[in-house]
Design a protein around this ligand. Sequence first.
Ligand code: BG6
Ligand code: MG
Length: 218
Amino acid sequence: MKRKGFIFDLDGVIVDTAKYHFLAWKNLAHSLGFDFTEAQNEQLKGVSRVDSLNKILAWGNTRVSEDKFQALMTLKNDEYLGYIDKMDDSEILIDVPKVLDFLKANNQGVSLGSASKNARKILDKVHLLAKFDAIVDGNDVSKAKPDPEVFLNAASAIKIKPENCIVFEDSVAGVQAANIANMISIGIGSKDVLHEADYIFNDFSEISEDFIKELINK
Ligand code: BG6
Ligand code: MG
């Protein structure tokens, strides 16, 4: 069997952390005197922490000093980490471990390609850290998705050429990054949102072992 690289986004693909990002950003917005909606939170999927805060401040028509900006970033992350701290294996999205184990059993490369600077902590909390051959996250990249940097690094970390990699992503920017990187993009989520992906599934329970074998042998 061939050896391909399977690159997983974290937030929204392996675990549903968007609800925790939402709570923390909403409280921050309220502390500044404006609201933050679930629809706005949707637009922050895959967006880095610093870009997220810039967008939220713009939505709230609010400008802050550089010092205040840094303080707000810390405040948000501290609250977010409080939620992360309570996470356990029950928060892993359906059939993710099954797919990870199938890939490992078939000698495939598995790496993480996430915008989050908290990726290792989250994988540790849900006991999935050991399933990855390499982890590339927000601490390792300078350019955010849709720039392909994170996925190109995730591929080179497992020594597999980009054209032999497959990316699982729940964000539009992430699907675009995978496409620009010349990788196969698999959208996890809604067809209406992720239509630029090569394949789209609602979740991993819809992804069969035969389909994964086809990807490997392509
Ligand atoms: C992405 C999330 O994976 O990581 C975004 O979809 C988040 O919502 C970004 O802002 C950065 O995460 P963190 O954990 O570094 O604040
Ligand atoms: Mg995501």
